[in-house]
Design a protein around this ligand. Structure first.
Ligand SMILES: *Cc1c(COP(=O)(O)O)cnc(C)c1O
Length: 425
């Protein structure tokens, strides 16, 4: 038994399931998770002395690679002044200005501590602003673990095989309507069903929590039109896609303007940060400016702001990274697709820029139902093969691979060799 196994044995006695977030568990694989000691660039090192090429990247924040020097230094420097004041600071103003100046659809922004909080608060603001209660989400889209959004919620929930969460009262989800991703008719039907009652349509502009499911041409544009038609706000949950597909996220990448947007992951560069923002008239509803209450003892924490703002500034000033990530994505995922073809493997690769997944499904994956048709046993075999060969993937069929700028061409080639190895076995 290795140290990871030892640690896991201790962990399960004191932490539910041995992990502080279910997506870290290797339940679907049937082994103890790797316990990580450190990471640098595109590499991650476990406590057993193994080195892996990492495609989890802390689920997205590490777009510049692990332990990026400028981010690390900004954190160390900020620490010298104290860890938290619970009072207003200059860097919060700088963060808000930086985001609003460079993202056209964000006129005001509020910092929180996680993606979950960002989405929960954005929904509350949308309801407060419109005076309507219902929301529409899509099956397979994950928007954090707040009660109202734990309906057909994608990866973590899918992998554990629990359709929805226990402990969520019916009353909490009765205003949550669920549509089919990439299916505008399903959205229109729900809007017709509850005319003048839908506060917001919330969507992952690229589905990235049921594996990667890109929006079909016209889907996001169609949502924009439907929302305008029915007096409903359009919220892009950009917790994964924000600052990743382009500096302006999926909204910029696809050229569709949401009324509100939520951020997480990259915006904190590895520190616990989330944010929500949008049109000024909506954000002015949030307390203490307006009647929608939302608060946070550690929100806008100076260390977290230092890390996040440093990363955002780097990304903004080096927008060539987006071309680079697009090319890396094409190389990795495009070649994976070729390998499948060459070896006569009947599976699917979906990708948008640096985000991608291989689905062990025989039909095109375009929504939750087609994603769920994947052979998760086959995925588990693939995962184990990759892990044994030094490639660290998310232990679930329904998670994305995250490329960072630290994944060099040589590293991508090495990864592809291992993929080829699996499919020619
Ligand atoms: C990760 C994620 C969240 C939740 O963020 P946490 O920081 O884990 O609370 C919300 N929405 C999307 C799209 C996510 O990927």
């Amino acid at each position: 038994m290795g140290r990871s196994e030892d640690l896991f044995e201790r962990a399960v006695k004191r932490i539910p399931g041995g992990v502080n977030s279910p997506v870290r568990a290797y339940g679907a694989i049937g082994m103890a998770p790797r316990f990580i000691e450190r990471a640098d660039g595109c590499y991650i090192y476990d406590v057993d002395g193994n080195k892996y090429i990492d495609y989890i990247d802390s689920w997205g924040p590490m777009i510049l690679g692990h332990n990026f020097p400028a981010v690390r230094e900004s954190v160390l420097k900020a620490c010298e002044n104290g860890l938290s004041f619970g009072c207003a600071t200059e860097i919060e103003v700088e963060m808000a200005e930086f985001i609003c100046e460079h993202i056209p659809h964000v006129e005001m922004v509020r910092m929180v501590n996680s993606g979950t909080e960002a989405v929960m608060s954005a929904i509350r603001a949308a309801r407060g602003f419109t005076g309507k209660d219902k929301i529409i989400k899509f099956a397979g889209c994950y928007h954090g673990h707040s009660d109202a959004l734990l309906v057909s919620a994608g990866s973590g929930v899918m992998t554990s095989g629990v359709p929805d969460s226990a402990g969520v009262p019916k009353g909490c989800t009765q205003d949550t309507m669920t549509a089919v991703y990439n299916d505008l008719d399903s959205v229109r039907a729900l809007l017709e069903e509850a005319p003048d009652q839908v506060a917001a349509v919330i969507v992952e502009a690229v589905g990235a929590n049921m594996g990667v499911v890109p929006p079909k041409k016209g889907f996001l544009e169609g949502l924009r039109t439907l929302c305008d038609q029915y007096g409903t706000l359009l919220i892009f949950d950009e917790v994964i896609t924000g600052f990743r597909l382009a500096f302006g996220g999926a909204a910029e990448y696809f050229g569709v303007k949401p009324d509100m947007v939520t951020y997480g992951k990259i915006i904190g560069a590895g520190m616990p940060v989330g944010a929500y923002g949008g049109r000024k008239e909506i954000m002015q509803m949030v307390s203490p400016a307006g009647p929608v209450y939302q608060a946070g003892t550690l929100s806008g924490n100076p260390i977290a702001m230092a890390a996040g703002l440093t990363q955002l500034k780097y990304l903004y000033e080096h927008q060539e990274v987006y071309k680079d990530l697009e090319a890396k994505g094409q190389k990795l995922y495009g070649s994976m697709e070729e390998i499948l073809k060459e070896t006569g493997s009947p599976y699917q690769v979906n990708h948008v820029s640096s985000l991608g997944s291989i689905f062990f499904a025989t039909e095109e994956v375009r929504d939750y139902t087609s994603a769920k048709a994947s052979d998760t046993k086959k995925f588990a075999e693939y995962f184990l093969h990759m892990l044994k060969n030094g490639i660290h993937l998310a232990p679930s069929q329904f998670e994305a691979m995250f490329l960072s700028t630290a994944h060099s061409d040589a590293v991508i080639e090495e990864t592809l060799d291992k993929v080829r190895g699996f499919f020619t076995k």
